[in-house]
Design a protein around this ligand. Structure first.
Ligand SMILES: Nc1ncnc2c1ncn2[C@@H]1O[C@H](COP(=O)(O)OP(=O)(O)OP(=O)(O)O)[C@@H](O)[C@H]1O
Length: 456
C-alpha cells in the first residue's frame, strides 16, 4: 500500500528537504506552508499522515489539528521548534498522535511515521472486527447479492466516516434502525453513546424536556434536574427515529438544535453545546409533508445533507434465502427448496421484520429438522384460529383493541393505513403498537399474531 503524507511546514527549506527525503523513502508526498491550504487538502484527500509545524504562516498547527482531527482518519505528527512539555500535552489533547522536537534526525521521524502507520492499521482492523462482532451479536448481516442494496451499503459506509447528517428513508421493517446502528459502529464515535429518540412515542408536551432535559422546578412535577437525550448522546450519535412524527411546534426547537448543536434545558438559562452526529429515519414522504405544510422545509434540508433510500425487501429478493438461513440458524432448523420458493414468491409488505417473524414462528411451530413449508408464509388463517384462543382468555376491551390494531397492522403493513381504517392519528397507532410490544411477555410462547409483531 502506498502511504500518503502531507507536509505542513512554514519554513521553506525544511519543507522542501522533508518532501524530498520522504519521497526518496517511497512515500507519496504533498506539501504546503499555509494552514488554510492544508485544511483544504486534508478535506479533499485521504492522507495517512500529516506532519504539522505548530507555527504556520496563517494559523497555529494546533488549531488546525483541533478542528480537523475529529473528522478525519489522518494521523497528525506535530513538529516544532517550540517544544516543551506543555506544548506536547496540548498537541496530544488536540488530537495529534506524536510529537517531535526540532532539530530532529530523519531516523526519528521515520520511527514516528512507522508507528503512526501501524496505529492506523490496528484501528482499521479494529473497526472491521467491531462491525463483524456487531453483526454476529445481533443476527444481522450486511452481505448482499442485490446490486441496489450493495450500492446503498457503499454509500452508507463512506458517509459513516464523515460527520454529516444522514436521513434514512424506507418502508417499515427495511432495517433503518439496524443501519443507523451500523453507521455509529463504523464511525469514530463508536465508543460513545448511540441514543435512539423514538419521535412517534413521545407525547408533544414532553418532547422538549425528553430531548433537552429540564432544570429543577421548571414546571410542576420537575422535582429535580433531568438531563435530556441530546446531552446523554454527547460525543456519539443521536438517532431520530420516525422523524416525520415530530409535531410542528417541536420542529422549530429541533431545527435550532440541528443547526447549532446548542440548546437550553427547559427552565434553564445556560446554553449548552454538544457534539453529536445526527441520523434521522422515516417511512413517510417528507417532501410531500413539506408541501402540505406538515413538515418544516428548513428542518428537512438540515437533516438530509445525505439522504439514503433503503430498498424494500421485494426489490432485493436475491437476499431472501440468505436472510432466511440467518434467522433459522438460532433455531437449528433448515428450510427446503419449496419453502424458499414460497418465501421468494411473496412480496413482504412488512419487509425484513416480517420475514424474520415468519421464520421464527415457523421454526417454533415445526417439529423436525426442517421448517414446514406451509408455515413459510405469514398466514392470516392462523390468526383467525387464534381468535378462539383469545376469547377463551376473557380479554378486556383494551386487550381487544390492541389485538385489533395488531391484526390490522399485519394485514395492511403500515401504520398510516391502519390510522386511516381506525380514523385516528398515526401517533395513536404507534403508541398502541408500542404498548402491544411491551405486553408481548404476557403471552409468551403462544403463536398469537401480536407475539409475532416485533416493533423495535
Ligand atoms: N440486514 C439485516 N440483517 C438481519 N436482520 C435485519 C436486517 N435489517 C433488518 N433486520 C431485522 O428486521 C427488523 C426490523 O429492522 P429495523 O427496526 O431496523 O427496521 P426499520 O426500517 O427501522 O423499521 P420501522 O420503520 O418500522 O421502525 C429487526 O428485527 C431487524 O433485526
Amino acid at each position: 500500500m502506498e502511504v500518503s503524507i502531507l507536509v505542513i511546514e512554514d519554513d521553506e527549506s525544511l519543507n522542501r528537504l522533508l518532501t524530498k527525503k520522504l519521497r526518496q523513502k517511497g512515500f507519496r508526498v504533498d506539501s504546503t506552508r499555509s494552514g488554510e491550504e492544508a485544511e483544504k487538502l486534508l478535506k479533499e484527500n485521504n492522507y495517512e499522515i500529516a506532519l504539522v509545524d505548530i507555527k504556520l504562516t496563517d494559523m497555529s498547527g494546533l488549531e488546525l489539528i483541533r478542528e480537523l482531527s475529529p473528522h478525519t482518519n489522518t494521523k497528525f505528527i506535530v513538529v516544532t521548534g517550540y517544544g516543551d512539555v506543555n506544548t506536547a500535552v496540548e498537541a496530544m489533547r488536540a488530537g495529534a498522535s506524536d510529537f517531535i522536537q526540532k532539530p530532529f534526525s530523519f531516523d526519528i521521524l521515520e520511527v514516528s511515521i512507522n508507528r503512526a502507520i501501524r496505529e492506523k492499521q490496528l484501528e482499521e482492523e479494529n473497526r472491521t472486527l467491531r462491525s463483524f462482532l456487531f453483526e454476529k451479536e445481533h443476527d444481522i448481516t450486511f452481505e448482499t447479492r442485490s446490486p441496489i442494496f450493495r450500492q446503498v451499503l457503499e454509500i452508507i459506509e463512506n458517509a459513516a466516516r464523515s460527520d454529516i447528517n444522514i436521513l434514512l428513508r424506507g418502508e417499515t421493517g427495511t432495517g433503518k434502525e439496524v443501519i443507523a446502528r451500523y453507521i455509529h459502529r463504523v464511525s469514530d464515535r463508536r465508543d460513545k453513546p448511540f441514543i435512539v429518540v423514538d419521535c412517534s412515542a413521545i407525547p408533544e408536551h414532553l418532547f422538549e424536556s425528553e430531548l433537552f432535559g429540564h432544570e429543577k422546578g421548571a414546571y410542576t412535577g420537575a422535582v429535580q434536574r433531568k438531563v435530556g437525550l441530546v446531552e446523554i448522546a454527547d460525543g456519539g450519535t443521536l438517532f431520530l427515529d420516525e422523524i416525520g412524527e415530530v409535531p410542528l411546534p417541536v420542529q422549530a426547537k429541533l431545527l435550532r438544535f440541528v443547526e447549532t448543536r446548542k440548546f437550553r434545558r427547559v427552565g434553564g438559562l445556560k446554553e449548552i453545546g454538544v457534539n453529536v452526529r445526527i441520523v434521522a429515519a422515516t417511512n413517510r414522504n417528507l417532501k410531500e409533508m413539506v408541501q402540505k405544510g406538515e413538515f418544516r422545509s428548513d428542518l428537512l434540508y438540515r437533516l438530509n445533507s445525505m439522504e439514503v433510500e433503503i430498498p424494500p425487501l421485494r426489490e432485493r429478493k436475491e437476499d431472501i434465502p440468505m436472510l432466511a438461513q440467518l434467522f433459522l440458524k438460532r433455531f437449528k432448523k433448515k428450510i427446503g427448496e419449496k419453502g424458499i420458493k414460497l418465501l421468494m414468491g411473496y412480496d413482504w409488505p412488512g419487509n425484513v421484520r416480517e420475514l424474520k417473524n415468519t421464520i421464527e414462528r415457523a421454526s417454533l411451530l415445526s417439529k423436525g429438522d426442517y421448517v414446514d413449508d406451509s408455515l413459510c408464509l405469514p398466514s392470516i388463517s392462523e390468526e383467525e384460529a387464534c381468535l378462539e384462543d383469545l376469547f377463551s382468555k376473557m380479554p378486556t376491551l383494551r386487550d381487544l383493541e390492541l389485538f385489533y390494531v395488531s391484526y390490522l397492522y399485519r394485514k395492511l403493513g403500515s401504520a398510516e393505513r391502519v390510522a386511516e381504517v381506525l380514523g385516528c392519528s398515526r401517533r395513536t397507532v404507534f403508541r398502541k403498537l408500542k404498548e402491544l410490544r411491551d405486553r408481548n411477555g404476557d403471552l409468551e410462547g403462544r403463536p398469537l399474531p401480536w407475539s409475532a409483531l416485533d416493533i423495535n
